[in-house]
Design a protein around this ligand. Structure first.
Ligand code: DLL
Length: 443
């Protein structure tokens, strides 16, 4: 539909505001947020005291670098509510992110926080071209995970029709996709790859459905995977980013230019720092994303170390939004693997695999230790077609994969082609790396 009869919701106006007005708004909100945290959160007060800084010292946005960082361990150490700035009586909702070990991180929202969350999700969806009248299948998990309810409230506030199907049950997802006139879907990119495969296996075609947009996030994915998804399904695939500690989804999102994610920086102030030293880095340079919430009430976060690696893209975007963009998040500072002295990341492997024809993006990286050395094995699923090929063809494909990975990371790794549908499908975040290195030396 032409833009003229699908105007942007009014909450999106701030995305196009002149930079000086945005900066003034940010400073006002920063002063209020830091004052709230200083007054109500003992750990923040102590840290600021040790750093010799008070909220009154924030006279300019640049003064933020004087504030101490907050880390995931601070949330763990004060489990469950130690960093909350409001009593539980004023907290309307709790979510939690399942840590890989031990207790989860617990996050809270006042009623106002929930309204702000819906607002940034409206801006997320509108940036991808969604409007009132769209039918949104929300396949992010509902529950303690922020994806489900975060996207749900956003879709409702946009005026769309939302289908709260949650994650999993692929057959039912496909039925709904076909029968309910769905125009947009929200899920992890890896789950959508699984849906593509299931739709094709049922002999159905995306061309005969109304689906045109996907809002994909909650895990790293590559530009190569976007191309694969768009080509196979004919939809436009948009990257959306967020984390529970800051709000959930709704921190940053791609616009129709699909060239970096606009940070809703009137609500979340981004900085890039050197992941090793914490030193601030200039725009354009790659480093760790640090976020400060500018209007969160229940759980204000001051200079939170996300561990996500990206860069701020200062150039203006073709869409006219003035809020700055970050580059797609390809990796975390803590998901680096060191194999035979070479640093590598799962996303590099994905990018290499997707360059080879006849490869479906179902893969897993296995790390083991043998003879004191880290070993890496990349398991890649064959398509039915390849599986039926002659052994020589299969071996040739494997050689092409080894070569593609070697040319990307400079290391020859062991590639195993496994039978179709043997790598576990995830309904949410895919588990790409199985690290068995701590299970003792196999030698
Ligand atoms: O994954 C929130 C979310 C839900 C985002 C739905 C987008 C869509 P957590 O479970 O706390 O929250 O995980 C946050 O996931 O620090 C990143 O490492 C990663 N992540 C999230 N979105 C992206 C993305 C939700 N678009 C952690 N690209 C973050 C890369 C992402 N990584």
């Amino acid at each position: 539909m032409p833009e003229r009869i699908r105007p942007l919701p009014s909450v999106c106006r701030v995305d196009f505001e002149p930079a000086d007005r945005l900066r003034a708004r940010q400073l006002r909100r920063l002063q209020a947020a830091v004052t709230l945290a200083y007054d109500r959160v003992p750990l923040i007060r102590e840290r600021m005291g040790a750093a010799g800084v008070t909220p009154a010292d924030l006279r300019d946005i640049g003064d933020i670098v004087r504030l101490p960082f907050t880390n995931k361990t601070d949330l763990r150490d004060t489990y469950p509510f130690g960093l909350f700035a409001k009593p539980l009586r004023q907290v309307a909702r709790l979510h939690a992110s399942s840590g890989t070990t031990g207790k989860p991180i617990v996050v809270g929202y006042t009623r106002r926080d929930i309204r702000v969350w819906a607002e940034v999700m409206v801006r997320t969806m509108a940036a991808a071209g969604l409007r009132r009248g769209d039918v949104i299948q929300n396949a992010y998990g509902y529950g303690l995970f922020t994806g489900g309810l975060g996207a749900h409230y956003g879709a409702e506030a946009l005026g769309a029709t939302v289908i709260p199907i949650s994650g999993g049950n692929t057959e039912r997802q496909i039925m709904v996709l076909q029968d309910f006139g769905v125009t947009a879907i929200c899920c992890t990119p890896s789950y959508f790859v699984h849906l593509i495969e299931a739709v094709e296996a049922e002999g159905l075609a995306f061309e005969r459905m109304k689906l045109r947009v996907g809002l994909f996030g909650a895990e790293p994915w590559t530009e190569e995977l976007r191309q694969y998804i768009q080509e196979r399904s004919g939809i436009r695939a948009y990257d959306i980013y967020g984390l529970s500690e800051i709000i959930g989804p709704g921190v940053a999102a791609e616009c129709e230019a699909q060239n970096g994610l606009h940070v809703f920086e009137d609500r979340f102030l981004p900085e890039i720092v050197d992941p090793d030293t914490g030193r601030p880095l200039p725009d354009g340079e790659e480093g760790e994303l640090v976020l400060t919430t500018l209007s969160k009430e229940a759980l204000p976060m001051i200079r939170y170390r996300t561990h996500d690696i990206t860069a701020i893209l200062p150039e203006p975007c073709a869409c006219g939004r003035t809020i700055r963009r970050i580059r797609r998040i390809g990796r975390r500072s803590d998901d680096m693997m060191i194999v035979r002295g070479v640093n590598l990341y799962p996303s590099q492997i994905e990018a290499a695999l997707m360059k080879v024809e006849q490869v479906v993006p179902h893969y897993q990286i296995l790390l083991t230790r043998s003879g004191g050395l880290d070993q890496i094995e990349v398991q890649v699923e064959m398509t039915e077609q390849v599986f039926l090929d002659r052994i020589a063809d299969i071996e040739a494909l494997r050689d092409r994969l080894v070569a593609a990975i070697e040319s990307t990371i400079g290391l020859r790794v062991h590639v195993t082609l496994v039978e179709p549908r043997t790598i576990a499908r995830s309904m949410g975040k895919a588990r790409r790396v199985i690290d068995n290195r701590t299970k003792g030396d196999a030698s």
